[in-house]
Design a protein around this ligand. Sequence first.
Ligand code: ADP
Ligand code: LRH
Length: 431
Amino acid sequence: MRAVAAVDLGASSGRVVRGLIGDGLKVEEVHRFPNGPVHLRDTLHWDVPGLYREVLTGLRRAGEVDSIGIDSWAVDYGLLDARGRLLDNPVHYRDSRTEGITPPDGLYEINGLQFQPFNTMFQLMAEPLLPQAAQLLLIPDLLSYWLTGERGAEYTNATTTGLIDVRTGQWSSELTRDLPSNLLPDLRHPGDPAGVYNGVPVTAVGSHDTASAVVAVPAENERFAYISCGTWSLVGVELSAPVLTAESKAANFTNEGGVDGTIRYLRNVMGLWLLQESLRVWDAGLEPLLREAGHATGSVFDPNDPVFVPPGDMPARIQERCGKTMTRPEIVRSILDSLAIAHRDAIADAQRLSGKEVEVVHIVGGGSRNELLCQLTADACGLPVVAGPAEATALGNVLVQARAVGAAQGTLTDLRKLVRESQPLRRYLPR
Ligand code: ADP
Ligand code: LRH
């Protein structure tokens, strides 16, 4: 048996899990803590030093391990000065500084990414500290640097910057031309060594949380769609090559770099952020409202409307979009109905645009615990939904480390079998 520690920082919470691999796969959560945006005067930040403190607590609780791996949400970064000091607390991707930015022509053909104003390359266009910066580290790479003193740019997360050429898998010389030289560190790949912390090797994993989540999708064969459902719903299929057609660009589909050279062909759907923010505004708990939403009637709105990106009064924005006043259960039901329809549309588009047909939809992440959302998604898609694991991201992180330390072997198919055989899953048939 080998033990590894996986640090997984989601946009709404972080956790550290201890994974045991050898005779099957066992995971135990040793630490969990909240995460979220913090307004400091006129800028929305993350509390990254606070997260680092929680990571240290989690690693202490994980005890003796053979490896440590870190993943987090994508696109955000810290800037270091020439002496390696953090220039400012990292800015949250929901900050308004990229509002109104438009993508240059010809970008999709190079980076293959759907247009999201918060992609790192657009944040850098609005970054006042760029002239003082010696190096940029994406969040998992920054935490890894604080642990080990070593710097690098993990590939899967680097693809979310918009600065990687999707055809070569390298930093694009064209897109990085105007950036300070050496701003972007050398790339490292999932499974590569990334330094040592307290005598324990740190291993690069799919450090983009969605890359790790898709590793742990318990699919039996290739004909699956996935929904990595948490703060966002990342909805799509796994491919071996990017789709860069004009239709794909118009449909705002992204080609993100995955573990083992895969491409995550997907669309960002606004996800449970709508519900998280509603609960925050109401100061209400999730479970009673979900029960009541089961009997409520909802209205359908477009959850991907950019009006929902910044933090704020989601219930007011939703009622405005639906053109009527609703009760709380009706608002919750409207969110879930609208997400289910957006899931259906993204899965239909992914199949049409990539030519890949699917026979099952896997929902992983915290949203896989939402029974109503899973059933509504099965109903909307007309396909069976397999829900779980809720902690797919941490599991994918564990599995890539397990393979790097020699405790697991094989392809993604082999790693997925370990998930299928060890994790409770629930099946929903379309009604
Ligand atoms: P992220 O990684 O983006 O922070 P998670 O994958 O941790 O997100 O998912 C968090 C979401 O999962 C919550 O916002 C909530 O909507 C949903 N969730 C978590 N636990 C439950 C539960 N017991 N029942 C229903 N939904 C849940
Ligand atoms: C999910 C996620 C997603 C990105 C977003 C910024 O946590 O990494 O894949 O698009 O955050």
